[in-house]
Design a protein around this ligand. Sequence first.
Ligand SMILES: [Zn+2]
Length: 327
Amino acid sequence: MRLTFLLRQLAPTLVLLGAAANAQAQARRPVIDVHLHAFDLAWFKVVGEQQPVTMCEGGFSPPMLERFPSLGECRGAMRSPTTEKALVDSTMAALDRYNVIGVTSGPRATVARWRSLNPRRILPAVGYLASPDSARLWAADTAVRALGEMTWQYDGMSATDSLPSAWFALAEQLDLPIGVHMGFGGAGAPFGMSPAYRMALSNPLQLEPILVRHPKLRVWVMHAGWPMLDQMVGLLETYPQVYVDVSAIDWFIPRAEFHAYLRRLVQAGFANRIMFGSDQMVWPAAIGRAIDAIESAPFLTARDKRDIFCRNAVRFFRLQSSLGDAC
Ligand SMILES: [Zn+2]
């Protein structure tokens, strides 16, 4: 009874607060997240149905910490929701809150379901799970905007091996951008779920023969190839068609390390080819943390931030110009 009374008293305030939050989202310039995932929580379930999936800063899970105490402790842990519905609801809430439009990859059915829930915010991408042939069919019948995330180094393949080569040829044929995972594999990756993963296969310079072979290809290097900074700068300098995203490194490595890496890319003159990404997998809070990592970078100008959050992606993905005006 008392609760009902209290709620009745608070109702006008709650309505006003809700309206204010909506107005804030509307007022925010759009953010394009070029690296969003629509994954099923079931994929990640390694510790039992009711447990959240935990990711520690540095990209490892608590079981890896048991195996390698040298990892230190689990700092800055992200914990997933524990139901599929909560994962979808909280991800959609984060997209609304920050006015995000996401280039989204994952299993086809999951991406389609997310898109049907929020077509304005979910732009489908064809992930590496599909074969190039099934990707062709998928791309033909939906509003697919990109191919990626391509993650062949987790299967021990290099960018120039035959399967990756077939993907690059497909991207050129379909005239779609292709996003390639480059950089870290997560601490202890070869001893966990990815025994074939090799860090050496994540050198951005592995893309060089592909870029020469397909000069019109729109390639973006995901995670900006962290921590291969000199190689990344070299690739950007030599191949003006290459863009990068800063996904994952904007929330799961120490903030100071991310800022040092980003600062060098900007200092080297590439602020107009860096795109925002979250790499949100099953941790919706990563979206806000990643946005804050850009907002809080003291060396970025207001113009750099608008470029990174939105304008570079509008140009690279050839999104509608009205969106570019809103950036
Ligand atoms: Zn990745």
